[in-house]
Design a protein around this ligand. Sequence first.
Ligand code: SF4
Length: 347
Amino acid sequence: MAIRWDAQRLDATNTGTLPGLARLSTFVRSVRTPEFHGVTFHEILAKSALNHVPTDARMLPGEWTINPYRGCTHACRYCFARNTHTRLELNTADDFDREIIVKTNIVEVLRDELKRKRTLPPRVAFGTNTDVYQRAEGRYALMPGIIDALADARIPFSILTKGTLIRRDLDRLRGASAVTTVHLGLSISILDERLQQSVEPGTATTAARLATVRAIRDAGMECTVFMAPILPLMTDQPAQLEELVGAVADAGATTVLYTPLYLASGVKEVFFGWLRGARPDLLERYSEVYAKGSATSRRYRDWLSDRIRPIIAAHGFPDPDETIEDKFALNGRTAVTPVFTPQPTLF
Ligand code: SF4
């Protein structure tokens, strides 16, 4: 990769310098700017905007998504979407965090698709692949046009994000919710600030996200909080769960969902690399926990469920299983009860 960095210019451009991207006929240019140090935006012209995710055993049916960005500067060490970067000959580690694909024409393409489609999608889910309110959205501002297009077509949609930038669009989202169903969700799972900033280094702090929940509620909309992922041995103790659910309740969340850490292949290496530096004392236990696959065992999930559900109920939230399918079109990577092979150990 030989993209040149010229700090004196606002936009330094260089076309066709990435092997996988260069093969894309839709590739336009690569851009670096001083405000986004270390990040390269690769602008492409999308051919389609609406993406239908095929149903499989771990997915809810009929999931449509729109992904204006590929890669995510939020850089969560556990991010399940990392593997998508390998299709462009980019790696699942730093490249995923810093080489961001931007579909600059997505609003026009979406409007065109909606005009031509005989059957409109029953709903659209944002945030099941990469985060639409990551930092790139501050530069490209694609979501306002997307929200307007969906609202004009009366298509229900959900947004799950870690990005406080969603506050910029609250008036627009409230307007959309007057004509179609809009579900908003924040992902918040770690109260310990040092741990949170270490494992999710590009995200807003938990305090800022809790304030965003409050802002959504003040804007008159409901807000779900996804406690995802719960990190075994780091954030799963009853006192920690109690403190987090309490903070989420204080922020005004209307629903709470949760899921333990899932490490897809390719992602496991990145997460273990982080663990090696941040919590070497847990390496052996995590190796046992995830020895047989990507998921924790049924026994662990039952153990977690037995502890967290009473806490969720005690704070007056509805039962997670009864709300997840209604509000968010989520696949098994983020659902509460994914189907995986039980393992004999606790984890
Ligand atoms: S915010 Fe979501 S999409 Fe972005 S890195 Fe984190 S888990 Fe991945």
